[in-house]
Design a protein around this ligand. Structure first.
Ligand code: PLP
Length: 400
């Protein structure tokens, strides 16, 4: 099998025949011709898992599949180190589409969902505002939670799914894979299949491979480092081929399949994902030790790899210092999202996590003084000067 970097540039899909194009062109077609009625019927029969007796048409309708989707999904499988036949990949129109479609496919009213804490605000709100009213029981883990304690708290109900973010957005809270696998194995020993799903957006596909760590599925807001240029919203789900088959069927019904243009843009970005992520990590590793030394920073969390840095500013327990810091930045852009070529900074408590209950935010360390930094590929000395200037602005009152 070709190695990962080669598979990203030369995905395991047939090269398009059109005019000898080196890249898959954008197939802006909503529907596809059948060479015969038999071929059309065979395609639909195959999708519905019914027997078919003719060669199926390769595509029938773009919500269900198209050449750009096939190309990008082969790259998604490659970046995750997935094996054809064992694993499969799906591309969606957003990260939330990947997450919600996967959870809807795997849970049903009455199921128990256990999650790490904190979670990305949008995911937390989907669980609270949709899954819970829909009849899903949910449970948020503490770092010290044991399998027995969780079962006791759930009155013996066995979780169907363990959903994790490690590192967590926005605090960089780490959950050890050994701990997560031990929970999954202990609950599985009751005889119920327990699935482990990981949202790997924060660290990204180069620095952590959830499937190798024991996860059944790896989920992404591909809007972030996979795209990397802040010009696209999309999502991905990669993992166990049987689970993916079920999720694909839900994607067909919910209708959030990545479009030809979205797939093409993501495919173009994935060719350089390793190069871009190495550059952002290099910059983060230059800046983190300097930030740690700065008296304006009370706490810093960085997992040692990747480009996401969480800083808690010194000072009163309100947003004043954080907002002063953000307003004084000029090269680092004040915007949500992450994993881009340009560095970004945001105040999670009032933006990405503003929809989470304030008491829950505080419990999980999403304080008013927290700033989330996503380090880009600019010159690190320019970034450092910008950070220093903003830290001085935030500390101004104390200096006077
Ligand atoms: N998961 C994480 C960790 C995120 O940070 C985000 C977005 O910020 C999402 C999921 C949702 O992805 P999207 O905005 O592409 O729908």
């Amino acid at each position: 099998m070709k190695r990962r970097s080669t598979r990203l540039i030369h995905p395991d899909t047939p090269r398009p025949k059109d005019h000898g194009a080196v890249k898959t062109p954008i197939y802006a077609s909503s529907t596809y011709l059948f060479e015969s009625a038999e071929a059309g019927a065979a395609t639909f029969a195959m999708q519905q898992g019914r027997p078919h007796y003719h060669e199926p048409a390769p595509y029938n309708y773009a919500r269900l599949g198209h050449p750009n989707l096939e190309t990008v999904e082969a790259q998604l499988l490659a970046i995750e180190g997935g094996e054809q036949g064992v694993h499969d990949a799906l591309a969606f129109e957003s990260g939330m589409a990947a997450i919600t479609t996967s959870l809807l496919s795997l849970l049903k009213p009455g199921s128990v969902l256990v999650t790490t804490t904190p979670l990305y605000g949008g995911t937390r709100q989907f669980i609270r505002d949709f899954l819970e009213p829909w009849g899903i029981r949910t449970y948020g883990l503490q770092p010290s939670s044991t399998a027995e304690q969780v079962l006791k708290d759930l009155d013996g109900a066995v979780p169907a799914l363990l959903y994790v973010e490690t590192p967590a957005n926005p605090t960089n809270q780490i959950w050890a894979w050994d701990h997560l696998n031990a929970l999954k194995n202990a609950w599985s020993s009751t005889g119920q299949r327990v699935l482990l799903l990981a949202d790997n957006t924060y660290l990204g596909p180069c620095w952590q491979k959830p499937l190798e760590q024991g996860a059944d599925l790896s989920l992404y807001s591909a809007t972030k480092s996979m795209s990397g240029h802040s010009d696209l919203v999309c999502g991905a789900c990669v993992g166990d081929a049987t689970l993916i088959r079920g999720i694909r069927s839900w994607r067909n019904k919910l209708g959030n399949t990545a479009s030809p243009f979205t797939s093409w843009l993501l495919s173009r970005s994935l060719e350089t994902v390793e190069l871009r992520m190495e550059a952002t990590q290099r910059n983060a590793q230059i800046l983190v030790p300097r930030l740690r030394e700065h008296p304006g920073i009370q706490r810093l969390e960085y997992p040692g790899s990747g480009a996401m840095v969480s800083i808690w500013l010194q000072g009163p327990e309100d947003h004043t210092k954080a907002w002063k810091f953000l307003n004084a930045l000029s090269i680092i852009q004040l915007a949500v999202s992450l994993g881009s070529n340009e560095s970004l900074a945001c105040h999670p408590a009032s933006t990405t996590h503003s929809g989470v209950d304030p008491s829950e935010r505080r419990q999980h360390g999403i304080d008013e003084s927290l700033v989330r930094l996503s380090i880009g590929i600019e010159d690190p000395e320019d970034l450092w000067e910008d950070l220093l200037k903003a830290l001085e602005a935030a500390m101004e009152d104390e200096v006077r």
